[in-house]
Design a protein around this ligand. Structure first.
Ligand code: ADP
Ligand code: MG
Length: 259
């Protein structure tokens, strides 16, 4: 038997193993037809996202953020180009397959929380598991655990109108986590929150990222994008910049810097 050693790079370290990206888009186009007018909401968007990245997608109104988010979130498919999510070719899927992959792979967080008003926090969090057919005892257990992850186990029997805005968004984040998705996709998650509560929610997303989740936040607010580790700017349906955020904000419980 011969001893096989890994090839070394010039600095003497073994090369990093290339992990497959969690997301890959290849020359993605989305075209809408409005009467005689053709609108290219996205034209030629290509990027990759690795597991456990924390990304903000920013851009002015009308630049294509929602269109891109609908594609990433498997709510829609591109007119042209490929979208790979977790090794699966989403761009070729029909509506049933899209619904299935969306339920398995994506945890959505919306600006308006989108909770069922008459249902308790626990029931709201349990809902995605009902759609995926998990047995009742397991559903309850997993929903409780997701609420613990957002520090809301003590409010699980409250309805949304008995919770603050920040607590409602925590319930929505627990609901996003409950299926153990590949990515958490948050669309303007702090758009309806005051600035102190926004910091609290961004702190929670930071914690989830540290625990290994992949996070994508769509926002038009530079303050919110500043929490991400990488920022994709979209302009006129194309990626304008793709930058590492070296001076990212440290939310959580860090005190504000002294003046
Ligand atoms: N369903 C649609 N039909 C026609 N045009 C659309 C549709 N959705 C979006 N658009 C157009 O595509 C462009 C990008 O829109 P959108 O993705 O909503 O941008 P953003 O979320 O950044 O504001 C805009 O010009 C918009 O008017
Ligand atoms: Mg939008």
């Amino acid at each position: 038997m011969s001893l096989q050693t890994a090839p070394m790079t010039p600095n003497g370290l073994a090369p990093a193993v290339e992990a497959p990206p969690i997301i890959e888009t290849k020359d993605v186009w989305k075209t809408y037809r409005m009467g005689d007018e053709i609108i290219h909401a996205l034209h030629g968007v290509s990027f990759t996202i690795q597991r456990n990245e924390y990304i903000a997608i920013v851009g002015p109104s009308g630049s294509g953020k929602s269109t891109l988010m609908n594609l990433i979130g498997c709510l829609d498919t591109p007119t042209k180009g490929e979208y790979w999510l977790n090794g699966k070719l989403v761009s070729a899927m029909d509506d049933d397959e899209l619904a299935r992959i969306r339920n398995q792979e994506i945890g959505f967080v919306f600006q308006t929380f989108n909770l069922l008003p008459r249902a308790t926090a626990l029931h709201n969090v349990e809902l995605p598991l009902i759609y995926s057919g998990a047995p009742s005892a397991e559903r309850l257990e997993r929903a409780k655990r997701a609420l613990e992850q957002v520090d809301l186990a003590h409010r699980m029997h409250h309805r949304p109108n008995e919770l603050s805005g920040g607590q409602r968004q925590r319930v929505a984040i627990a609901r996003a986590l409950v299926n153990n998705p590949s990515i958490i996709l948050a669309d303007e998650p702090t758009g309806n929150l005051d600035s102190a509560t926004s910091r609290e929610i961004m702190g929670l997303l930071d914690t989830l990222h540290e625990r290994g989740n992949t996070i994508i936040v769509v926002t038009h607010e530079p303050d919110i994008a500043a929490y991400a580790h990488r920022v994709l700017t979209i302009r006129d349906g194309q990626i304008a910049t793709d930058t590492r955020n070296r001076q990212r904000l440290q939310p959580a419980t860090a005190p504000p810097p002294a003046l």
